[in-house]
Design a protein around this ligand. Sequence first.
Ligand code: ZN
Length: 541
Amino acid sequence: MIKKESIELLIENADIVNIISQYVDLRKAGANYKARCPFHSEKTPSFVVSPTKNIFHCFGCGKGGNVLTFVQEIENLSFVEAVEELASRIGFQLEYEKNSNQFQNLSIFETVNLWFKNNLFNNRLALKYLYSRGITSSSIEKFKIGYALKSFDFMTFLQKKNIDFKDAEKLGLLVRDEKNRYYARFSERITFPIFSSSGKIIAFGGRTITNHPAKYLNSPTTDFFNKSKTVYGYNFAKNYILEQGRAYIVEGYLDVIMLHQAGINNAVAPLGTALTLEQLKIIAKKGVKIHFAFDGDSAGLKATIRALENAMPLGVETRVSLFSEGIDPADLVQNKQLEKLKTILNNNQDGVKFFIDYHLKQFDLNNPYQKNEVFQFLKTQLNKLPEVIRQTYFEYLAKTLNLQLQNYQKKPKNTSSANNNNNNIGECNGIGEMSILYSALQNSNFLNILKQELEENDFLKNRELLKLVLNNQTDEVELKLALCDYLYLIEDEKDFLKQILSIKKKRIKYQLENFQGGSEYDIIDLQYKLIKLNNRIHQEC
Ligand SMILES: [Zn+2]
């Protein structure tokens, strides 16, 4: 465990404005700073940072907290990871409770890795393999590459270091056979430590050089390591990614190591799977393009398509470069073909168009039924994109399929409902309200929650629309929604409930502030409702 006082000192020492401005453009506004919120999309800034209070708060989506909360949320980290990440960024020395598990476990990884590293320099075969792949000594040093000896040697080493076998098992270093005997997970393999975002060793990957049937092997999921939430090389690459506004996603460890060796320091890799949404969230920061640089073979292509699909809800710009079959980035670096590598990377394609084109190729577009099938599929996929981006690619899709676009666009030309109020933007002023309606109409579960929780007058601005939704007359609501140029799709049920409750709270507060006439009991009643609501928000959200 990290000492509590140490965490407090860290928060005090970190400059909240400096840290947050690494992600958003903060503008001075009086004593505070303002920006467009990085946690929800918005047109006018409602995200405020107060350097004197050392906190941030978004008046749009309600997110707020201190600098640590911010790092945790934006980097999608656990609390401890966020503490370590922040400390490493500002060069703060954390203090750990002695004998804490966390500390002991992390130091077991370090101890084991030192042993792996020492083994490597005494193993000619392993070194020869690394050099034959073009990996230099300084890369071996930077990525802390090592070598695991036979299982027996590893067990002896653990005993010598007084490392409990049970602990080593929990960390994924030991496994048990059918007779319940321990043996080393990594034996006779070149070892690649896997680092957390803040650079701590949290797992290993191993490559066989003795023709073991499993060429690559990773640590299993442990308390420290989840492969779908870890990005290989990110600890080395993160500053370069932010600086250059681009992250190269390559297939494996070797590609990452070789690209860094060639000075392309913003390369990272998933760990044996297609890039997941969680991994994308770690990489996709303000203005960062996600650039896939995979093999053009069918496995590489499938991984690219899956990753592109995962990236859609994030609305990040994606680019794709595919290497022709049999060549990977590592080979090109090794063969000193840097120019060729750069040409391939520079000749990249738009990710979403690539995704659309790939799927269109799988169907016979002369057949109207197949054409419809692929159109319906792509429509669902594109719907995951944020509004403006979605519309652009809809246009591309419709044009490619030779469809009459106006049939598919949401915008009505002229409707009586739109004419009732010619201030369309004004109608959308209750952004939270409209987003709640929008999200409820996309998700029947949410719709039920809405019906249970809200009454017509809980909305301050769009009561008529809420009434229509409560009465299942959603057509007109859909039209109004189509006229809003900004809507936020809530995806998580808890978030949805939270928004609903905060709308109710807003209404009660409004009533209290504008209270006229009525008895004292009415005020007390409102106050009581507010307290009850606050309790609920605390308990349920
Ligand atoms: Zn926000």
